[in-house]
Structures are given as C-alpha cells and as structure tokens.
Design a protein around this ligand. Structure first.
Ligand code: FAD
Length: 295
C-alpha cells in the first residue's frame, strides 16, 4: 500500500512510523513538519514549516489525493491526533487511533474501553488514517538525510503569535528507562520530594497519576496515562497509585512495574511484577538508604 508518514522532525518517532510502514508494504514517503534536515533516506520527502493542524489540512489532503497515498501514518500525539481527525473529515476517510499492532495482512489492533480490551480491525481499501501509539514499534534506524520538496500552505487561517517551551528538570518522561510515579496516596505536593530524591539516585524521571495532578500537586505534563503521557520504561515505580484502567493504559508497555501501596487489594498489584504492601513513608526511605549504600 502506498503510504505517507506525516510527522514532526523527530527521528525516533519517524523511525517508529517507518517500521509500521514497512510492515504494511513499501517504505513510506514522508511529510516532515518543521525546520531542519530530514533524517533517513526516503524515495520522496516533503517538508513544510507550518505546525498548526487547521492550516495544514487542505494542502495535506491535496498532496495525498494527487499522489494516491492509501495509508496515512501519524503518531498518536496531540498534533498527530489533530491532523488525523481533520484529514479524516476532509478526505472522508476512516481514522483508526492509538494503534498498537499492525500486521502485513492489513489488520491492526488498538486498545478500547480505556485499555480494558484490545480490538482488531481490517484496514479498508482506499484512504485510511492511522495514529500510532508511541513506543509500541522498534524505531527503524534512519541513515543519511533526504532532500525535501517544499509543501506550501496557502492562506493559513490561524496565526501563531508565540510559543514558550516549558522547562522540565531532570530526565524527560518519554526518554526515561526508569520512572518513579506518585499518586494521590502521596498526600501532598511536598511529599513528591522523596520521589525526586529516589529518581535522582536512579537517573529516573518523575511521573504522576491524574489523581495527583487533579489535586494540583504536580503539573499535568507529569501525568502518565490515557490522557497523559504514554510511557514504556524498563522499570516503572507506582507509589500510592491505585491502578485505575486509565493509568494502566499509559504503562501497558512498561517492562517491569513495581507497586508500593498500603492497600493490599489495590488494583495496581494485578499489573505489578513486584508489589510492596506498605505505607510509602516507611518503604521509600529504606529504599533510598539502600540505593545510597550501593553508590
Ligand atoms: C476519561 C478519563 C481519563 C483519565 N485519564 C487518566 C490518566 O491519564 N492517568 C491517570 O492516572 N488517571 C486518569 N484518569 C483518572 C483515573 O480514573 C483515576 O481516578 C486516577 O488514576 C486515580 O489516581 P490515584 O491512583 O493517584 O488516586 P486514588 O485512586 O485515590 O488512589 C490512591 C492510592 O494510594 C494508596 N495510598 C494512600 N496512602 C498511601 C500511603 N501512605 N502509602 C502507600 N499507598 C497509599 C491508596 O491505597 C490508593 O490505592 C482518567 C479518568 C477518566 C474518566
């Protein structure tokens, strides 16, 4: 199937989408959003500087129709989801979001009911738009760079006035091999300090459940789950987190979950490889002491 990737210039994400494209057949073409060199060698690469979905969609639809692309691949990020919805309406094409598995026979899988079940679909003939969940596909190695044909955007309807990058301290959640997350069971924003101390010793990122975010203890950028960050670390510590399905949806691809919860009935223990039934205030200081002794 003739496939087009639409993605910002983020080599890891483009690599994941190339892997998906190759499962479906040919190496896909790329429409790179933003400025900079195009990583990887593509038969055809297009580039545009515009990053606002509403401004992009008319030109993208024209490009897709002109080149008869059948499968459009985007990552299941905010931008990818915004573009996918608009393109679907514009092209009258079906959109399958948050895809986690793709097979050469054109069947795909995605989680449904807040991650409680996985549904399988057959990709129809004609245009289809897939948003791919991050970290479910090994990124293809992108060697070299590609020259790009410029895609011009006529009469953008929305004007970007400013963009301020939010500064995050320490390891980024999406890159972290180890994540230490706290939930409502932490009891207070100040109590997250002990998790930051532990994360510092493990070179880990600090995350949170929506419970902790809703309490206003930590910013939303730290939220892990269905409506937060989807993460796939080697080790995920869930401290004072009950294990609601929406939280588990964000850690489905974590290799080893370690849960600390004082309620032995907490749902998180069903997902955890290691479970510690304890008040975190008793357990985490002991763990920190042990980690310090190791160093
Ligand atoms: C549409 C929708 C989307 C959502 N998206 C997300 C999402 O992306 N991410 C997310 O996390 N949630 C999400 N939620 C919310 C989710 O349903 C839960 O409400 C939320 O995850 C609960 O957070 P929590 O586990 O921190 O809090 P709680 O459910 O209140 O659990 C706190 C836990 O801490 C334990 N505890 C208490 N004190 C201690 C202590 N001293 N030591 C050890 N353990 C202790 C308790 O036993 C309990 O298990 C979503 C909900 C909806 C409806």
């Amino acid at each position: 199937m003739k496939t087009l990737i639409i993605e910002k210039i983020e080599p890891k994400i483009i690599g994941e989408l190339v892997t998906v494209g190759r499962i479906l057949g040919e190496t896909p073409d790329l429409l790179a959003i933003g400025q900079g060199e195009i990583p990887g060698t593509f038969n055809r690469a297009f580039q545009c500087r515009e990053t606002i979905a509403a401004n992009l969609v008319d030109s993208l639809a024209e490009l897709i129709q002109k080149n008869a692309y059948q499968v459009i691949l985007l990552s299941a990020t905010t931008l990818g989801s915004e573009i996918a919805g608009r393109l679907g309406a514009r092209l009258k094409a079906p959109v399958l979001s948050e895809v986690i598995e793709v097979k050469p026979d054109m069947t795909v899988k995605r989680p449904v009911y807040g991650g409680k079940a996985v549904a399988e679909y057959k990709i129809p003939e004609g245009h289809v738009i897939l948003t791919i969940r991050r970290k479910y596909f090994e990124p293809a190695l992108l060697e070299g760079t590609s020259a790009a044909e410029a895609l011009t955007i006529e009469n953008p309807s929305i004007t970007l006035l400013s963009e301020d990058q939010i500064q995050t301290q320490g390891v980024r959640l999406e890159d972290a091999e180890i994540i230490v997350s706290g939930g409502r069971g932490m009891g207070d924003s100040g109590n997250f300090e002990i998790l930051r101390e532990m994360a510092g010793l493990l070179n880990a990122a600090v995350g949170a459940s929506r419970g902790a975010v809703d309490e206003g203890w930590v910013p939303q950028t730290m939220q892990v789950g269905q409506t937060g960050n989807i993460v796939a670390p080697a080790v995920y510590f869930a401290v004072g987190i009950s294990g609601a399905s929406q939280h588990l949806a964000g850690i489905a691809n974590a290799k080893c979950v370690v849960a600390v919860n004082k309620d032995e009935e907490a749902n998180i223990f069903k997902r955890a490889r290691f479970g510690i039934v304890s008040d975190y205030r008793n357990f985490i200081p002991v763990l920190i002491r042990a980690l310090r002794e190791e160093q």
